[in-house]
Design a protein around this ligand. Structure first.
Ligand code: ARG
Length: 458
């Protein structure tokens, strides 16, 4: 039989060890130790100020908690699975330190509002970190885009050469995705920046607590307005997991492109050695493992979202022990995305872009077919007819083994007298990109305009 529990009063028998281990969360919720102590510090400060417990006792508890915080930070605290979770471990360590007065700390509080408070504090801190890292990633993309406004690459649809574009334009598309991610995490902060403390078990308390004070002390924007919601809401975590899933999807997309770009077939970029690995058997290999891992890790991040959605589905109000399953996925996602953002930023900063090769790969293809059709349409031919004519020319070229720019002017004249010698200039990739002045298009002026806007926002 195990030792006496903090909640042991109404029990005659203790838990068996293996059952106790099944119910315990200390192996993972110890990640919130600092936040748990900080929450307790706010709570006891308020208990003393409101006279709910004598100020002297509040001071003793505070001092004990502060010492525990220092001990934790210097790695001196050890936790015990028989104390189940971080909350009871801290309370029991406090009792060892200051004696039975520690038992007054839990006045007007439950582990239900306590654990929710810890999670809000943890995620609020993590969101700040994520936003900072995303701002860095965005600035890396912006700098790279600025460097490559006039770098020509093939633009794809269906992974087939479609129309030539500016590499800077391509990068700015990702910049926009990560900007939206930042906006989503910023909104997420609004729902995270609330204090559940004082909701107690579910119904509030008869003690004259000051929830606004504890909320202020912990730096939250406001206390939750409904005690049931305060202890049972995990939307702020779900939002984080959903936002992280979208972020990972974006990172996975750019990583997939990087992986293709550094293959022999593309040869658009070379990753730095720092972000590549070799093979244990094939001496020539230089693999984009880090990009592949980011792509792969999107799986666990999506999984964490679905895990928690499933935990939450059908949960009656208010607290249920199922909610203890909210933590590992959140920690794992937070740790995964923060490092993945850094890796991606590092990979982009240090990779070499082979711009000549990128541009050259638009020379031997039909990605200028739209230019020829647009040329005819701009001279008054209905676009449908122009499309048909160019389609036939593409077929003719494919059979002859050359490209639109290789067709002699005489042949063009046979096809349509609307075509003049300036067609060759029109067909060049650079002209094709440069002339796309429509708002948000790949024209150099438009890409520079996007970059200018983005710089102002960042
Ligand atoms: N370890 C628990 C959790 O993470 C803390 C709250 C326990 N509350 C309870 N009534 N059993 O959810």
């Amino acid at each position: 039989m195990a030792e006496k529990k903090l909640w042991g009063g109404r029990f005659e028998a203790g838990l068996e060890k293996w059952v106790e281990e099944f119910g315990a969360s200390i192996s993972f919720d110890q990640k919130m130790a600092e936040f748990d102590i900080k929450g307790s510090l706010a709570h006891v400060t308020m208990l003393g100020e409101t006279g709910i417990i004598p100020q002297k006792e509040a001071d003793t508890i505070k001092k004990g908690l502060e010492e525990l915080l220092v001990a934790y930070q210097s790695g001196e605290l050890t936790f015990d699975v028989s104390n189940e979770d971080i909350h009871m471990n801290i309370e029991s360590l406090l009792t060892e330190k200051i004696g039975s007065v520690a038992g007054k700390l839990h006045t007007a509080r439950s582990r239900n509002d306590q654990v929710a408070t810890d999670m809000h504090l943890y995620l609020k801190a993590k969101l700040g970190e994520v936003l900072e890292k995303l701002a860095h990633l965005r600035s890396v993309l912006l700098a790279l885009a600025e460097e490559h406004v006039e770098t020509i690459m093939p633009g794809y649809t269906h992974l087939q050469h479609a129309q030539p574009i500016s590499f800077g334009h391509h990068l700015m598309a990702y910049y926009n995705m990560f900007t939206r991610d930042s906006e989503r995490f910023t909104f997420n902060l609004k729902h995270t920046d609330l204090s559940p403390l004082g909701a107690a078990a579910l119904a509030g308390t008869t003690f004259p607590i000051d929830r606004q004070r504890t909320s202020d002390l912990m730096g939250f924007a406001a206390p939750y307005s409904n005690s049931l919601d305060a202890v049972s809401d995990r939307d702020f975590i779900l939002e984080f997991l959903a936002n992280s899933s979208i972020l990972m999807m974006h990172m996975s997309r750019i990583c997939e492109e990087i992986i293709s770009w550094c293959s022999q077939e593309f040869r658009f970029v070379t990753l730095s050695d720092t972000f590549s690995t070799g093979s244990s058997i094939m001496p020539q290999k230089k693999n984009p493992d880090m990009a592949e891992l980011i792509r792969g890790k999107s799986g666990r991040v999506y999984g964490n979202l679905f895990g928690l959605l499933t935990v939450m589905k059908s949960l009656p109000l208010a607290y249920n022990k199922d909610l203890q399953e909210d933590k590992e996925g959140m920690f794992d996602t937070a740790e995964t995305i923060t490092v993945a953002i850094d890796i991606l930023a590092g990979m982009l900063t240090s990779m070499t872009v082979h711009k000549e090769h990128m541009a050259a790969s638009t020379e031997k293809d039909f990605s200028n077919a739209t230019e020829l059709a647009d040329y005819l349409a701009s001279k008054g031919l209905p676009f449908r007819q122009a499309h048909e004519i160019v389609g036939k020319l593409v077929l003719e070229c494919s059979k002859a083994g050359h490209y639109l720019q290789d067709i002699p002017l005489a042949r063009y004249k046979e096809v349509s007298d609307l075509i003049d010698a300036d067609i060759y200039e029109t067909l060049s990739s650079k002209t094709a990109v440069e002339r796309r002045h429509s708002l948000g298009g790949t024209g150099f002026d438009q890409v520079s305009w996007q970059i200018k806007q983005a710089k102002q926002d960042l």
